[in-house]
Write a protein that binds this ligand. Structure first.
Ligand SMILES: C[S@@+](CC[C@H](N)C(=O)[O-])C[C@H]1O[C@@H](n2cnc3c(N)ncnc32)[C@H](O)[C@@H]1O
Length: 259
């Protein structure tokens, strides 16, 4: 049994919180004898075809939290059926690339990267797979060059706070205008073994707080802290464990009165 699992069983919650113990995701697992489709449609009132693509996924495993499915649709739908360039960080068992191919269509340029060399077996199936680490900037550069640029990024990789920030800082400036950058599984932001912690400076949501301040720099006298992102940050969306940053030109706001 993992030391953390034993600690969770015997120590009071306030002590666990102090040490940022990661209690894992096991307790949230859906009982697969029950109806996944009913769970998602009933809770979220959602019935888009991405749900069927997820449910009908075969041979290569895809692992998703149920509430992510409508969130994907909300931000990804406008990229469907187009020759977009999509990068997924974290290939794992190959099922998600398979799902994205069906979702975005044959025209899309789909690349997946993973640090695990076993993922090379999926290369050339639903998309191209390249092996390397998401915090290796030379590797990222080579992938983006090969892709001919990038319009949409999904970070489902290490979920390590330093990696998330390094990858975002490097890739967001490369993202095309009108593109979107989604980071998932951000419950890890609260866990020390992912470099996070409750209200910790390294928690990714502290970085997001900087972006919010930067977005409103017109209205205060403090320095812009994250210009690589905020100079072209059109919007920031926060969901449970997901952050989406949409990229576009940013203009000084103005107002007028009519009538
Ligand atoms: C959560 S899984 C991805 C799941 C997959 N996207 C899906 O939806 O089924 C995370 C993956 O990230 C990979 N990974 C871990 N550290 C990484 C790193 N530094 N760079 C790139 N990939 C990494 C792991 O090998 C693992 O396959």
């Amino acid at each position: 049994m993992r030391l953390e699992t034993i600690a969770i069983k015997i120590l009071p919650k306030f002590i666990l919180a102090k040490f940022g113990v990661n209690f894992g995701i096991g307790k949230f697992a859906f009982d697969q004898k029950l109806d996944i489709k009913a769970d998602i449609t009933q809770k979220y009132g959602f019935s888009g075809d991405i749900l069927d693509l997820y449910l009908n996924n075969k041979n290569q495993v895809v692992h998703k939290w149920h509430h992510y499915i409508p969130i994907y649709e909300k931000y990804f739908a406008r990229f469907r059926g187009r020759k977009i360039r999509f990068l997924e960080i974290g290939v794992s068992k190959g099922g998600s690339l398979q799902m994205w191919r069906k979702y975005f269509g044959e025209e899309a340029i789909i690349f997946g990267i993973d640090i695990d060399p076993n993922c090379a077996q999926f290369n050339g199936q639903a998309g191209q797979v390249r092996i390397g680490s998401q915090d290796d900037l030379i590797f990222l550069e080579s992938v983006i060059t090969e892709m001919g640029g990038v319009d949409l990024i999904l970070d489902d990789g290490s979920h390590n706070m330093e990696h998330i920030v390094a990858t975002l800082n490097y890739l967001f400036p490369k993202l095309s205008n009108g593109g979107a950058y989604m980071i998932e599984d951000l419950h890890t932001a609260y866990w020390k073994n992912f470099g996070g912690g409750y209200r910790s400076k390294s928690n990714f949501f502290s970085f997001v707080a900087d972006l919010i301040d930067d977005m409103h720099h017109w209205y205060h006298l403090n320095k812009v802290k994250r210009p690589l992102i905020s100079n072209n940050c059109a919007s920031i969306h926060i969901h449970d464990s997901i952050v989406v940053i949409e990229k576009d030109n940013v203009f000084e706001p103005t107002h007028s009165q009519i009538g």
